[in-house]
Design a protein around this ligand. Structure first.
Ligand code: PHE
Length: 337
């Protein structure tokens, strides 16, 4: 009886032919596994003549060592190749130009909003805010606009329920401030306001900035000075300011604020319809009735108030002719700022 080694000659070829770990493992099982060739050969040992067994055993061990060495060598090579492939596939050419980041920018209304706040804070005004969902009392009543007053028609109000409304102006913030704070008061109240109105110059939601100054001896002249200061900082100091008599229930006397046209600088053009003036807001001396609502003595204190639309200021500043562009979020439009 002799060991049958014919099958052993296939190992080297099969190992060399396996190119993946699983192929390599199959070969390993076939030759070195529990039912593999080496096991089979070991099982033949008892059937050999006793004097042949040591040499045969040595031969089998030699084969096993040879198999294992070849297997190990191939295993390492496959591992190395896989790593190299991974490195090549993940290769990043750091000398290539990158993808540029697209930076967002502030919305034009926010820019103008911030600019307005800056101008007034530098001039010593405090910034106050209040609820956008207001009660009738603060939005109308305390501003001397009783339920039956025709002036309620000036502001197309969104009613939520009962006496609760979306504020139609930021004047309620002035009432709330005067309720909780004694004069001197010098504040602006910028924020969102709501009116049921929609066309090229009106949006159901827009931003207002209102201001109020209350102290002893505050005059109409102080008001014009404050407005002039704001307009010159915002649009340039060559623009004049003009006050036209008007009516608001909460101010007496009241005026519309006009400023020199931003386009023709007062000479007269299409934008200002040849007048040289553009309307920019309303203003007036705080009505004594309003003072009585908040418990301020109108015989001791006086004050002025003003209100402007922030979108209107942005339209004029950037020469835009449709307020709706501000809310469409078209990148073509927004990228210009
Ligand atoms: N509250 C007024 C409005 O929204 C604006 C205004 C404020 C007018 C203060 C005069 C004084 O129309």
């Amino acid at each position: 009886m002799q060991l049958d080694l014919t099958q052993a000659s296939g190992f080297a070829g099969e190992i060399a032919a396996s190119s993946t770990l699983s192929e390599l493992n199959e070969v390993k099982v076939k030759y070195l596994g529990k039912k593999g060739l080496i096991s089979l050969l070991n099982k033949q040992l008892p059937s050999l003549a006793p004097e042949e067994r040591p040499a045969a055993g040595e031969k089998i061990q030699g084969l096993r060592n040879g198999f294992e060495a070849l297997f190990q060598e191939r295993l390492e090579k496959i591992g190395r190749e896989a790593r190299e492939k991974a490195i090549l596939s993940e290769y990043i050419d750091i000398s290539m130009p990158g993808f540029p980041f697209v930076n967002g920018s502030l919305h034009p209304v926010n820019r103008v909003y911030d600019e307005i706040v800056d101008i007034f804070t530098i001039a010593g005004y405090e910034v106050k805010s209040g609820p956008e969902v207001e009660d009738d009392y603060h939005n109308f009543e305390a501003l001397n606009i009783p339920k039956t007053h025709p002036a309620r028609d000036m502001q197309d109000t969104f009613y939520i329920h009962g006496d609760i409304v979306l504020r139609t102006h930021t004047s309620p913030v002035q009432i709330r401030t005067m309720e909780s704070q004694k004069p001197p008061i010098k504040i602006i109240s910028p924020g969102k306001v709501y009116r049921c109105d929609y066309d090229v110059t009106h949006s159901p939601m827009f931003h207002q900035v209102e201001g109020i100054v209350v102290d002893k001896g505050v005059t109409f002249g102080d008001m014009k000075g404050a407005l002039r200061l704001f307009i010159s900082r915002m649009f340039g100091d060559d623009l004049d300011v003009r006050l036209r008599p008007s009516f608001f229930p909460f101010t007496e006397p009241s005026a519309e604020v006009d400023m020199g046209c931003v386009q023709c600088r007062g000479k007269g053009c299409r934008m200002c319809k040849g007048t040289g003036w553009l309307e920019i807001g309303g203003c007036g001396m705080v009505d004594p009735e309003v003072f009585r609502f908040v418990g301020t003595d109108p015989d001791v204190y006086s004050g002025f108030a003003f209100g402007m639309g922030i979108e209107r200021i942005a339209l004029l500043k950037y020469g835009i002719d449709d307020i709706r562009l501000f809310y469409e979020n078209s990148l073509k439009f927004l990228k210009q700022f």
